[in-house]
Design a protein around this ligand. Sequence first.
Ligand code: ATP
Ligand code: MG
Length: 388
Amino acid sequence: MSELIMIKYGELTTKKANRKIFINTLTQNVEKALKGENVQITKDSVRMFIKCQNAKSIASKLQKIFGIHSIVIAYKVNNTINDVLNKALQIMDKNKQTFKVITKRADKNYPVHSMEYSRKLGGLILKNSNFKVDVHNPDITLTVEIRTEGTFIYTNEIKGAGGYPVGVAGKGLLMLSGGIDSPVAGYLTLKRGVNTEALYFESPPHTSLEAKNKVISLTKILNEYSGKIKLHIVPFTKIQEAIFKNCPDIYMITIMRRMMYRIAALYAEKIGAKILINGESIGQVASQTLDSMVCINSVTNMPVIRPVACFDKLEIIDIAKKINTYETSILPYEDCCTIFVPKHPVIKPQLNKCIEYEKNFDYQSLINEAINNIETITNFEENFDDLL
Ligand code: ATP
Ligand code: MG
């Protein structure tokens, strides 16, 4: 294995106390993403090293893993300046003209200081090639890291996904619909290291199998970002029909969302999730005005994280495109929120009215029944490859 990838850890370097957990979790996530590849992974407290054959394709997989600040395809040579020079001349792109050298001396016992080393190596490159020095705006930045086990040199640094390794922040339950917002919300919480599971409310026959498959596909895409998301599917038909039958039109959506929150909070407790996550965005629709949020949120004390609460729709769409969920989200299958939609949903619902209307039916036993009949999908690879 002749190529070497060097991973610089992300924000975790600042979290000294938890460093070990962070690095171990990141290692597990990297191992999982590279399962089946012929690689050899080693790590220390500041870097992870991956020996491999096909560094470019490995690097592109690593770009989706949270907790990585940057990825470099590096070359290890002996600590003699001649070995470093020869490798540098080999890897510097001959189509470019100017360069600068940055030296980092991780081995503080190395006898030459960084600045002096850069000057010396830069001088040797000048003498042995046609490159010119430009310290302000170079075409090539040649980085040299002198470490006890050898010197690593590289010319390009690929930006990593940032954030924390998924799994370091405890568990959260994502309310995942087939829309644009909730997959983005899921991505953003995964990025904070939250070990996420997802909950989808379906109302067959009012919602179709295609709508469910869309959510399965979205979960699969999110799982590329070092997720291990299980998808729990709640049968929601009876509850929606009971709301339709027993509550005034304009309160249907508010009460439906109160039921969703109740189920989500109960189920979160059952699976050990500490928070709920959803794709609500302030003011986007009638059920997301501040008054609506107060009424809906009042059914639970569990913290509800709304990562896109303050984003414009266009900002959310930009992220959805970047993370590859957008094309799936815009497929035209109905969601349970889009059926039974009243013409004029209440914008300023009142809590006492919600409570009064909910007395019209025995929602608690319907909720229990729905929770008891949740279907969980854990294996996305084998069964759901050709869904869409
Ligand atoms: P859109 O991008 O069309 O706004 P959305 O997924 O944000 O889609 P909303 O009606 O705005 O849909 O719902 C707000 C939030 O409520 C969603 O982001 C999601 O977290 C949750 N939600 C809505 N419908 C469902 C559902 N069927 N299953 C699970 N969660 C849902
Ligand atoms: Mg929305």
